[in-house]
Every structure is written in C-alpha cells, then in structure tokens.
Write a new protein. Structure first.
Length: 252
C-alpha cells in the first residue's frame, strides 16, 4: 500500500463523460453497492486490488469501478489512465471523513466506508454493513440508451429516507484495459484494469422526487467505451456522501 502523507487544496469542475450509443436498458434491479477503487499503475501493491475489482465486476449486484489517480506519476511511470479528477474525488472523501487518509490501493464502498483495496473479505464486510444502511442504495435508478439519447430515471425517496437530495452522475466505462508497464514499481508487468472510468458527466440534481434526464449522445460520444454506470450520491462533488442508488449497463 502506498499512502499519500498530505495533499494541497484542489479545485476544478468535472467534465463530460464519453459513451458509445447502442440501444440498451438497465432496469432498477437494486444493486447493493458501488465499489470505487483508487488505483495506480505506479503502485506495486495495487495489482491484487485490480484483480478483485475484476472479480467484483462479474457480480451484477455490485457496481465496481476503477478510478486511476495521478499523484504517484512522479515515481517513474506516468499512469496512462489516470485523471486528476479521480485524485480530487479521493481527497474529497478523505476531507468528508476528516482523516486525510489517502492511499493506494484504496476502496470506498457506497461512499461510506474505506479500506485497503486488496482486502477482499473486508470489502464484502463493508458491502454488507453499508447496504441499505441510513438510506444507502435505497433509491431505484434506471438507465436506457436508445437512439441519440441516454435516459436516466431516479425514483422518489422512500418514506422516512435520511437523504432526500443528491447529485446524479454518469460514468463512461471501459470494461477491460490491459496495460504493459515498462517503468516504475510495476515495470515488466502487464496489468488489466477493469471497469475503468474514463470520464464523468453530472446529469442533474435529485431533490427527493422522481426525476428523469435525457443526455444527448452527440455531446458525449467517444471511442473505447463499452459500458456505462449511473449513480445518485448524497452531498456534492466536493463533499461526497453515501451512495443512494445506481445502475450499470454494457453498451455492446
């Protein structure tokens, strides 16, 4: 595990996501978890965690995502998938917890629990402990891709819900990306990264009532994307809270 001892203040808006259009729908089947792995090609402790995300990606009840960070690029290998926005997201989680605990491989489960990404048993425990807890993953979400639009629907908050507002985001996902690493801590290795988030788009704000949004594909189409995830999260980009619901769909 590589831990970041400190970090500066950060800013910047998240950009548009990239998706390839095919007709497909993801109905609200009630996934039990959104699992985010903050990983790096320059981290020798990360490949076991990357394999775990590959395993979790096969579970239809889990939305498993890889978010490669860029703050280890100076160690001898520049991560070819890294995005500074993912580093900022990881730091925002840390700031919300108040622990400034930022490291790789780090997993955040349902926006509510964090642990070492290579701890498979711990991830399963965190999924169980956060599932349906304090409103986590209780809001049905669906996504349909048809023609020139992606349609996202979010149900109303359940009765007595702790959270009745949040942000709706779509992730453009590459399901499997093999990378040959020639320098740094993982030099000589080829690592496959699973469900790699290549970009993000904020769809809108959820206010507790049922809502739907149409995202024009002409604004977000890009090569190399074969899946999409959508999630509703309490809080905001800068102050992310628990995951309220989500959906995942293949685009091919």
């Amino acid at each position: 595990m590589i831990r970041l001892p400190g970090f500066p203040r950060w800013s910047g808006a998240l950009g548009m996501c990239a998706l390839i259009a095919t007709t497909h729908a993801s109905e609200a089947a009630g996934p039990r978890a959104v699992v985010e792995l903050f990983t790096s090609q320059g981290c020798s402790s990360c490949p076991p965690a990357d394999r775990i995300i590959g395993d979790l990606a096969k579970d239809p009840s889990v939305i498993a995502l890889s978010l490669p960070i860029d703050y280890w690029d100076y160690l001898g290998w520049k991560d070819t998938l890294a995005d500074a926005r993912f580093s900022a997201r990881q730091k925002a989680y840390s700031q919300m917890r108040g622990d400034r605990d930022v490291y790789t491989p780090q997993v955040v489960v349902n926006g509510a629990a964090h642990l070492v990404g290579s701890n498979r048993a711990g991830i399963e425990d965190a999924i169980k402990s956060t599932d349906k807890g304090v409103g986590t993953m209780t809001v049905p979400v669906s996504m349909a891709v048809s023609g020139k639009e992606i349609k996202v629907s979010v149900a109303a908050a359940p009765a007595g819900a702790a959270a009745t507002q949040g942000e709706v985001w779509i992730c453009a996902v590459s399901k499997a990306v093999p990378i040959a690493i020639t320098r740094g801590e993982n030099r000589g290795r080829e690592v496959t990264y699973h469900n790699v988030v290549r970009n993000l788009l904020k769809v809108g704000d959820w206010t507790g009532s049922a809502g739907s949004w149409a995202v024009p594909l002409e604004n977000i189409a890009h090569d190399g994307i074969d899946a999409a995830a959508v999630y509703v999260q309490d809080g905001s980009r800068d102050r992310p809270g628990p995951m309220l619901g989500g959906a995942f769909t293949s685009l091919h």
